[in-house]
Design a protein around this ligand. Structure first.
Ligand code: MF3
Ligand code: CO
Ligand code: CO
Length: 288
């Protein structure tokens, strides 16, 4: 008897760790997601060769000040700036720096997280600085396609492993690799909540998705090895072989019959690329 009760407690406390948001929470999450999306799009339009990554942080600071919202990264576990800017071989968590100048042909990952009415909206895009080579454009297209397929695996009754499997099976046939050391995450009043959302895995495995869950899907895809190294600043994550890495991130909500993307600019929550930015040659892109 005692064992049965203990087991039930363990199981239920694990299940409770993943929150189900109520309607009023979800409405705030939608407003946070929309504003984060608008912010990312507004920044992306202004990126050009010659800018520094600290200029991008200035844009983020100005946007947040004008809208009266807080950029979540600032001071988060000691992070010193308001936005993450990850250039070329930087996988994620790049710190804006006045000594890092963007050059034609670079790629830069821009990761915006805003706190609106107490709730977080988290979205990222890796964009081209000026013109990039076909190889680089291919990495961006495959990464965005993987993000889209991962998101499209989300519906009530599906499992977390379905998301990772969709991403992995898009990326690996292209010869690229999925980063293991960083994962998507539950999100709400806290920046990072349960569950962890791996971008690799087996379909049919893992947590079963339910309406009212909110989490991110944010695959980081490397041209070469999946290995991560953290630089001496304690944040900047670079690829083990210093080859390129790309990432796209949306915050999303599991609905009664599917998924609503919160970090887009359409009310239905239909998928669109983070920040509204389409990599050159992306299949299905307007004008492609
Ligand atoms: N926005 C990142 C994510 O997608 C987290 C950045 S944490 C920071 O989860 F401290 F670097 F901002
Ligand atoms: Co995130
Ligand atoms: Co993010």
């Amino acid at each position: 008897m005692r064992c049965v009760i203990l087991l039930a407690m363990l199981v239920s406390s694990r299940a409770n760790a993943v929150q189900i948001k109520n309607e009023s929470n979800l409405e705030a999450m939608r407003r946070a997601g929309r504003l984060a999306s608008e912010c990312l799009a507004w920044i992306v339009e202004q990126v050009e060769p010659g800018m520094t990554t600290l200029d991008i942080d200035d844009l983020q600071m100005g946007f947040a000040r004008d809208r009266g919202v807080k950029p979540a990264p600032l001071g988060y576990r000691g992070f010193p700036r308001s936005i993450c800017t990850s250039v070329n071989e930087v996988i994620c968590h790049g710190i804006p720096d006045r000594n890092v100048t963007l050059r034609e042909g670079d790629i830069v990952g821009i990761d915006v997280t805003l706190i609106v009415e107490g709730f977080h909206g988290d979205t990222a895009a890796t964009i081209a600085v000026g013109q990039v080579s076909e190889e680089v454009a291919h990495l961006l297209c495959v990464t965005l396609q993987a993000q889209r397929r991962g998101v499209e695996a989300v519906r009530p009754g599906a499992r977390l492993g379905d998301i990772g499997a969709a991403i992995q099976s898009t990326v690996e046939p292209e010869g690229f690799s999925v980063v293991r050391d960083f994962v998507g995450h539950g999100i709400g009043r806290r920046f990072h909540e349960d569950p962890q959302v791996p971008h690799y895995g087996e379909s049919g495995r893992g947590l079963r998705l339910r309406p009212g869950m909110t989490f991110t899907v944010e695959p980081m895809i490397n041209v070469g090895v999946p290995d991560v190294e953290i630089l001496e600043d304690g944040w900047t994550a670079v690829t083990g072989d210093r080859q390129l890495s790309a990432q796209y991130e949306h915050t999303l909500e599991v609905t009664a019959d599917g998924v609503r993307i919160l970090t887009v600019q359409n009310d239905a929550g239909d998928w669109e690329p983070p920040g509204g930015w389409w990599p050159p040659g992306f299949p299905g892109a307007p004008g492609a």
